[in-house]
Every structure is written in structure tokens, then in C-alpha cells.
Design a protein around this ligand. Structure first.
Ligand SMILES: [Zn+2]
Length: 253
């Protein structure tokens, strides 16, 4: 069965062969048939583990086949900055690339039809309100310093799907996301900061300015989400339009 990293490498057209061996007559490929990282089939063409993992890799807790010496080409590709740079150059993706840039510096949307987007917060909001058809992977990197793709799961639905948020895989029901986002942004529209809505600790001055009755009505709608779906509201908090957006929209109209 195809694993997430193998799906990503295939739909993005990334071919990522291990380097040629330095010693004559030794094999280019690792002997292991199972990928140390994703547990998928290496097809006999896996990378030697030490060659695929750079010194900075910190996802060892994730490995699914601890006793294997091999890493499949899909996993090797989603860990390689070079493979990412080659892919964005080939696709002409509008993204800043520097010498050390790689998968761990950005969020990613990867779809079955070969679409690759480096989504900003507002793009993530749009994607979650109107998810792609077919199979897709959304991996959100909130800090810009984490590998997310190898931990992600492939979504195959527009109504119930996994989203990778840093190290956490969150299953989302599209209709619940839409409602939670609407309840969250209603409070942003009243001028409350996104952090205060997430925590439930509001600034008193803003509460008085809005009016306690109006604040309470809005708060009663968002409060249940904090306990029933704390992971999803974290994603809502990440991509919701903040109070400044609503303020500017009011100025314009
Ligand atoms: Zn793998």
C-alpha cells in the first residue's frame, strides 16, 4: 500500500534516488524491504538510513519499522531540502527559496492532480472551507521550523479529513469546521483578539465597549468548541480572519 510520503513524491513527480556508492561493487540501495520511517515497501530501492537522515532530523519517535536499515524514496524525498527545491523550481512555485530551504520551512497543500501550493493562513482558511476533490494532503507548519509531511495522512474526502498541524494529526468534519470558524470570527468581528477567543480570557475594556450582553451571546457559541474540539479550534485560531480584517472591511464599506 502506498504511504503518505510515497503519495506525495508520486503526485509531485519527485524522483529521489540514493547517491551512487563510493565503493565499487557495493549496492546503491539499502537491503531493507520495509521503510524505517513510514513502514511502506521500499521496492528494493530504498536509501541507506544514514544517507537519508540528516543530522538535524528530530522525528525518530515516529519511525514505524525500527529494525530496518532502509528509507523509501518517498520518505527520503520529503526529508530532503534539495528534493523540495528541485520540485518547486520545476513547478515554478511562487515561494522564497534559499540554500538551506526545505519542506520544514513551509506549510504544504499537495493534491492528487499534481497541485502544489505553499498556503498562507488565508489560503488554509479557504482550503478548509472548500477542500480539494480526490486525494490530498494539507500539512500546516505554524512555526516554519518543522517537518510535517512525513507525519501527515492522505485525505480522501471533502467532508471528513485529516489535517496535519505541526506534530498533531487532526480529523476535521467540514461542517463543524465551518460552524466553529463562523462562531470564532463573530468574536473577531466584535474586536476581540484571536488569542483571547482561544483562551476565553477576554480584555475587560473590550467587553465593556462591545456590551456584556452581546459578548456573552457570542461567547456562549464558541465556549463549547474549546472543550469538544480543542485541536480543531487550534486550527481555526491559526487561520481565522482577525479583528483587523473586520475593522478594515468596515472602513472600506
Ligand atoms: Zn517511507
Amino acid at each position: 500500500m502506498e504511504t503518505t510520503t510515497q503519495f506525495v513524491a508520486r503526485v509531485l513527480g519527485i524522483v529521489h534516488e540514493p547517491p551512487l556508492p563510493k565503493k565499487k561493487n557495493s549496492s546503491r540501495y539499502a537491503s531493507g524491504k520495509t521503510c524505517w520511517m513510514c513502514g511502506g515497501d521500499t521496492c528494493g530501492k530504498g536509501w541507506p538510513r544514514s544517507a537519508a537522515l540528516s543530522g538535524g532530523f528530530t522525528g525518530h519517535d515516529f519511525a514505524l519499522a525500527m529494525d530496518s536499515d532502509a528509507i523509501c524514496q518517498g520518505c527520503a524525498a520529503v526529508l530532503s531540502g534539495k528534493a523540495w527545491q528541485g520540485m518547486v523550481a520545476q513547478k515554478g512555485t511562487d515561494v522564497k527559496v534559499w540554500g538551506g530551504a526545505g519542506w520544514n520551512n513551509y506549510s504544504h497543500l499537495i493534491a492528487e492532480d499534481g497541485t502544489y501550493i505553499v498556503p498562507k493562513r488565508k489560503d488554509i482558511r479557504r482550503i478548509l472551507l472548500d477542500p480539494p476533490y480526490g486525494k490530498w494532503v494539507l500539512a500546516i507548519n505554524s512555526s516554519g521550523q518543522k517537518h510535517t509531511v512525513f507525519r501527515a495522512q492522505v485525505a480522501a474526502s471533502q467532508t471528513h479529513f485529516p489535517v496535519q498541524f505541526d506534530e498533531m494529526t487532526v480529523w476535521i468534519h467540514a461542517d463543524r469546521f465551518r460552524q466553529c470558524l463562523a462562531d470564532f470570527e463573530a468574536l473577531c468581528d466584535l474586536g476581540f483578539s484571536k488569542d483571547s477567543i482561544l483562551s476565553g480570557e477576554y480584555h475587560h475594556a473590550q467587553m465593556l465597549k462591545v456590551g456584556i450582553k452581546e459578548w456573552r451571546e457570542a461567547e456562549q457559541k464558541i465556549a463549547p468548541w474549546r472543550t469538544s474540539d480543542p485541536d480543531m479550534i487550534t486550527i481555526v485560531h491559526f487561520c481565522a480572519l482577525g479583528p483587523s480584517h473586520f475593522e478594515e472591511t468596515r472602513k472600506e464599506s
